[in-house]
Design a protein around this ligand. Structure first.
Ligand code: NI
Length: 130
């Protein structure tokens, strides 16, 4: 049975940073939410684009593109798609809540990544509990 999901309530069920929760699925895609603060890790998804929507706070995404490195700043309400194969590193100085849309099974740290810091969860998304 499908019921509406209130994202604020979903976000209130966990505190772990950089550890996405799967709130629902659309065909073969997950809709995930995550709380983030500080730096993630440089990584790339070789086979899929990755969609970001900032629900609260502000997110910066550093990108390594053919023309060089740049950063995009996403305020609350902004969306951005990291193209497949593009190395990226999300960062939030003061913390942010995100909605991610990506194929089920997509690893949060990509198919290749720098050495994982201890605060970064390598996951294909956790179930929402409670
Ligand atoms: Ni990514």
């Amino acid at each position: 049975m499908t019921e509406p999901i209130e994202l604020t309530a979903a976000l209130s069920t966990f505190d772990q940073l950089w550890s996405p929760r799967i709130v629902t699925q659309v065909n073969d895609y997950d809709v995930r939410v995550a709380k983030v603060a500080g730096e993630h890790v440089w990584h790339a998804h070789d086979d899929t684009d990755e969609f970001f929507l900032v629900l609260d706070g502000e997110l910066t995404i550093a990108l390594r593109e053919q023309s060089g490195e740049r950063s995009v700043v996403l305020p609350k309400g902004a969306v951005f798609v990291v193209p497949r194969g593009t190395e990226h590193k999300p960062f939030s100085k003061d913390g942010a809540s995100l909605l991610l849309f990506e194929p089920t099974g997509t690893l949060s740290v990509g198919d290749r990544h720098d050495e994982l810091p201890g605060h970064v969860d390598a996951t294909t998304g956790h179930a929402l509990s409670g």
